[in-house]
Design a protein around this ligand. Structure first.
Ligand code: GLA
Length: 384
């Protein structure tokens, strides 16, 4: 991919570009917990965005999206927001760097990606992290990696209409090869945990359902959990976020102030936070089967309580789970479409893919895509 990005840059803007890359991510467990101050457990993957960038000495950005064959040109003032949604990610990153005092100017850039779009593997976070990292580096802004992750998140909030949490941008910026990141999204304290899965491999499968309405439903879930927190605070005043509430406290007080869907949403978040910690413990002890069982429980909770799975992800994970040799499967990312992550016996991976592919196609009339993945480092310059 870096060759084709370099070549295109040369063709359009000439020589002298520097290459940068950032990965997409998978989240092993801890879904819809990040914006509730909870734990997540993602890792950066071997797919992402590569960009060629060269400062152009003007106050304009000239950008070319290779996969789309589209170009955009925009200035760096608030009023210059470009029309194309992909360009808004780059524009938003520039604006957020400026808001933090970074002195940046114009540049020429070409980018391409191999992280599937809209598949729950954070193509947008990879794009944001690439430009946040690159511009910070090229303009010596001195912004640390935590703040670079927040720049990506603020870009989503302020320029792309998604009130996302910090997980995706954090994983894309701070990913570490062969490690999952146990991240406390309230404090941003984190721990790298070696992803040693013994006899098992991770298999990612894309259900290939287009994610329509995803952004508005995501924001709706976020609003429901905020409503739950406000009500729970009347009986648990010390809770600053849902993740501050233990499952035992929720059992005691939840039904007093919550009902219906808002109760279910809060129950998912609170139990999922506990599951993340149990999963990390299981992984540290090499109890992979136990870890697999937590993945299943997470999916059931996202299906029944948080209601973000949908028929396609439910069918894909159910077909995965029923395969003899798969010990856990769940949706990963925001949901409403996108990918599942499954733990499969190493020497049965090909058989698993064949089985699930056929069964899922028979169920849904759509072909899934399968990716054998590895866990890689976060945002970086690509040295030739
Ligand atoms: C999306 C968001 C993340 C997180 C997940 C759900 O990927 O960008 O912040 O909320 O959904 O866990």
């Amino acid at each position: 991919m870096k060759e084709k990005v370099s070549k295109k840059f040369q063709e359009i803007y000439g020589s002298g570009a520097i290459l940068f890359a950032s990965p997409g991510r998978i989240n092993l467990i801890g879904e819809h917990t990040d914006y509730n101050g909870g734990f997540v457990f993602p890792g950066a993957v071997d797919k992402g965005i590569v960009a060629a960038i060269k400062l152009n000495g003007t106050d304009k950005v000239r950008a070319y999206a290779l996969d789309l064959g589209e170009s955009a040109e925009f200035g760096l003032n608030e009023a210059d927001k470009p029309a194309q949604s992909w360009a808004c990610y780059i524009f938003g990153v520039c604006r957020e760097i400026q808001k933090r005092g970074g002195k940046i100017g114009g540049f020429d850039t070409v980018f391409a990606g191999d992280v599937p779009l809209g598949a729950g593997m954070s193509s947008s976070a990879a794009l944001e992290s690439t430009y946040a990292f690159a511009l910070n580096d090229l303009y010596n802004c001195g912004i640390d990696k935590f703040e670079l992750a927040k720049i990506g998140q603020s870009t989503e909030h302020n320029y792309c209409g998604v009130n996302c949490g910090i997980m995706d941008q954090f994983a894309s910026s701070l990913g570490k090869k062969d490690n999952a990141i146990l991240l406390n999204c309230k404090t941003l304290e984190y721990e790298y945990i070696p992803l040693e899965l013994g006899n098992y491999s991770l298999v990612i499968a894309n259900c290939n359902k287009p994610r329509s309405l995803q952004d508005s439903k995501y924001n709706e879930r976020r609003a429901e959990t905020e409503e739950a927190l406000e009500k729970l605070k009347t009986v648990i005043p010390s809770a600053a976020c849902l993740a501050d509430i233990s499952p035992a406290q929720f059992n005691e007080f939840g039904k007093k102030v919550l009902s219906g869907k808002v109760y279910d949403r809060a129950k998912h978040v609170i139990e999922e936070c506990a599951r993340v910690l149990s999963s990390a413990e299981a992984l540290k002890k090499g109890e992979i089967e136990k870890f697999g069982e937590y993945l299943n429980q997470s999916h059931y909770s996202l299906r029944d309580l948080y209601e973000v799975t949908g028929d396609y992800l439910d069918a894909l994970s159910a077909r995965s789970r029923e395969f003899d040799g798969c010990i856990g499967s769940r949706m990963t990312g925001a949901g409403f479409g996108g990918c599942t992550v499954s733990l499969v016996e190493k020497d049965k991976v090909d058989e698993f893919i064949k089985y699930v592919d056929e069964k899922y196609y028979a169920d849904m009339g759509v072909r899934a895509a399968f990716y054998k993945t590895s866990i890689e480092n976060g945002a970086q310059e690509i040295k030739e």
